[in-house]
Write a protein that binds this ligand. Structure first.
Ligand code: ASP
Length: 300
């Protein structure tokens, strides 16, 4: 038995071109599924699925990452599995695939989180591919947003509720019973330099134990403040229901912080779930019966 669930970010997809996103997430699903079908591990499947989306240039991760206030990419990623491996990186500028660096931290070191310049140096040292130039469409969006912000005088307002979205994540169960979770993001558009969101914070942006694996997307500040994935895991350990484990915390968070987050999860029995308190979320999954790619709307 194997399963996989992938998301391309919670937010409001209705106004944007979802077709390209669905095609791209479909490719990532195929990549992960292929690994699981051939007897690969859940860890390999989630890392390759996320790396595929980092490479697409379309999502807010890897090549397509959002730019910070200075027009620079600062990327975060996290990985955990049912064997107790945990690894994350934050504020990295160098690797093409921050998720590969997080995976390396999880498997090859005693550490949990590497940040900034040090993490970038390690990325070079272990021979990870370097990220290329910022794509034209990303630079254009940055320029538009900076101009927009000036025009509407938003400079001193909080950016967190406006500029999130398109982060990527995957959870999987493999035929050996291993669970894994992986997540990667460029963070918020126009974030202050050095800002870290939920994505590299274990218990906030991702979590796994022997029974359950999950990860989050949405407004990082609110996901950290609510330790959203930890909350989902606790709910699961209490009631043993994957669907409830994400619905309850998302509802609770939505009461205080409307339209703020999405979650995906899988358990060791092959149950999967996804949900969001935002208007929409791009999702793809294999639940044991069918392969599906969809724009999920109003799930809570
Ligand atoms: N959670 C990410 C962050 O706050 C953004 C997102 O999920 O779109 O960095």
């Amino acid at each position: 038995m194997y399963r996989i669930v992938i998301h391309g970010g919670a937010g409001n997809w209705s106004e944007r071109n979802v077709e390209a996103a669905l095609k791209s997430i479909g490719e990532a699903l195929e990549k992960g599924l292929d690994i699981l079908r051939r007897g690969g591990t859940a860890g390999e499947a989630v890392v390759e699925a996320v790396a595929t989306m980092e490479d697409s240039g379309y999502f807010n991760a890897g090549i397509g990452s959002s730019l910070n206030i200075e027009g620079v990419r600062e990327m975060d990623a996290g990985y955990a599995d049912s064997e107790g491996n945990i690894g994350a990186v934050s504020g990295v500028r160098r690797p093409k695939n921050p998720i590969r660096l997080a995976y390396w931290v999880a498997r090859e070191t005693d550490h949990v989180l590497l940040t900034g310049e040090g993490a970038d140096r390690i990325s070079a040292w272990i021979g990870l591919e370097e990220i290329g130039e910022i794509p034209e469409h990303v630079l254009r969006r940055y320029q538009d947003l900076v101009i927009q912000r000036r025009v509407i005088g938003e400079r001193n307002k909080r950016v967190v509720e406006t500029y999130y979205g398109d982060t990527v994540g995957a959870v999987a169960l493999d035929k050996y019973g291993n669970l894994a979770t992986a997540v990667s993001t460029g963070g918020l558009w126009l974030k202050l330099t050095g800002r870290v969101g939920d994505t590299p914070i274990y218990g906030a942006g991702f979590i796994a134990n022997r029974y359950y694996a999950a990860n989050a997307t949405g407004i990082g500040e609110y996901i950290v403040e609510s330790l959203l994935c930890r909350r989902a895991l606790e709910e699961y350990m209490e009631v043993g229901d994957v669907y409830r484990s994400i619905q309850i915390p998302l509802k609770e968070l939505g009461l205080r912080r409307p339209s703020s987050a999405g979650l995906i999860a899988v358990d060791r029995f092959g149950n999967i779930a996804y949900g969001h308190n935002t208007p929409s979320m791009v999702v793809a999954y294999y639940d044991g019966r069918r392969v599906k790619t969809l724009l999920s709307r109003n799930s809570i």
